[in-house]
Design a protein around this ligand. Structure first.
Ligand code: TRP
Length: 356
């Protein structure tokens, strides 16, 4: 039994995790494991929206993400991992929520639009692709989460989720639509209106110095990168500054890294000051120091990750997923049942476990 409020957040398996994931959300997840009842979702269903023809890749990426999570400090003894495709309540709630969401509202979702552009999907995306935004509402609401730690790019999705929760509570639970968000549950609503929690850096620039860090753009430092790889990638970061005496702009990508990864605030202030004044400090010096700080962060993760390589690691991951699927379904089924009751669909109950 627990009275802690819940967190739900997660990742779409689309490759290994990088520093952008860490500062955007992963770090918050690791930190909040004792304060909240945490559910971390593998959005493997969402991976199929753009890669339905690549099931092996999706399977591999799914196991890889769990390994990255465990390496980063997600503790399966304290938190629950949710494998989306084994939690049918999520898919069922997605249907109901799709009926509460205007089609044009989905298509206006700015994150969805950006993704269509970035991935160059044109008009060729699947019917299921825009549906994932409604599915994401169901991910969160199936666990009746209060808090959703995410990077800045996910805020549009959380906003949609808040709208869906308000509408459900008003339509089926008799909550007055003018009710303030924090009062919804007290007013009889099934769903708390969840808040986004943005990481200390909502959008980390990649090592190209321009775009958001992203594996597909090739500008990412992966959580599994070696000291040498970190150094090489940092070394390639272009700032446009020419000499050690040229006054530098500390709003550049290099200094975003300085502030993000060098722990000692006094050292950060000193570097900023000298860089701004062009006080005999080259980009190369700063990069070496940043690379060392990043390596210090990632070294223990690499070590834990190494213990999860190969088949024994896969087995360990599958064992965790199996056990946690039962826990996740217990919660999500409870929500689905309550939702159906509110909707006049209380025709039956079922029990779901894993392999039962
Ligand atoms: N869309 C998120 C991403 O690509 C992953 C995700 C799916 C998610 N469902 C979620 C994040 C629910 C937070 C809450 O990173």
């Amino acid at each position: 039994m627990t009275t802690r409020s819940r967190i739900l957040t997660g990742d779409t398996p689309s490759g290994r995790l990088h520093l952008g994931h860490w500062v955007g959300s992963l770090e918050n997840r690791v930190r909040l494991q004792d304060d909240y009842d945490c559910f971390f979702l593998l959005a493997n269903m969402h991976a199929f929206t753009t890669r339905a023809d690549k099931p092996e890749d999706i399977r591999r990426d799914t196991l890889d993400i769990v390994k990255d999570w465990l390496a980063a400090g997600i503790d399966p003894e304290r938190s629950t991992l949710v494998l989306q495709t084994e939690v049918p309540a999520i898919a069922e709630l997605s249907w109901f929520f799709a009926m509460l969401t205007p089609f044009n509202r989905v298509m206006r979702n700015p994150t969805l639009k950006t993704e269509i552009e970035l991935k160059d999907l044109g008009e060729h995306y699947s019917f299921g692709f825009p549906l994932y935004t409604v599915g994401q509402c169901a991910d969160i609401l199936a666990f009746r989460a209060a808090l959703v730690p995410v990077g800045e790019d996910q805020v549009a999705h959380i906003e949609m989720c808040r709208e869906v929760a308000r509408r459900f509570n008003a339509t089926y639970c008799g909550v007055d639509p003018k009710t303030e968000d924090p009062e919804h549950v007290k007013a009889g609503g099934l769903f708390p209106i969840p808040s986004a929690l943005i990481g200390r850096i909502g959008r980390l620039t990649g090592t190209d110095g321009k775009n958001k860090m992203s594996k597909s753009l090739g500008n990412a430092i992966l959580l599994t990168d070696t000291a040498k790889e970190i150094k090489t990638k940092m070394g390639a970061l272009y700032t446009g500054r020419q000499t050690m005496t040229e006054p530098g702009d500390t709003d550049n990508a290099l200094f975003q890294y300085v502030r993000a990864f060098i722990k000692d605030p006094a050292r950060v202030a000193e570097l900023e000051d000298r860089y701004k004044r062009g006080d005999n400090i080259g980009d190369g010096h700063v990069k070496v120091e940043v690379a060392a700080a990043i390596d210090a962060l990632l070294a223990p993760m690499r070590e834990r990750r190494a213990a999860l390589e190969g088949k024994p690691g896969d087995d360990r991951v599958l064992e965790i997923l199996r056990a946690h699927t039962t826990k996740a379904n217990a919660v999500a089924e409870e929500t689905l049942h309550a939702a159906k009751q509110a909707m006049g669909l209380d025709f039956g109950r079922r029990a779901l476990g894993f392999g039962r």
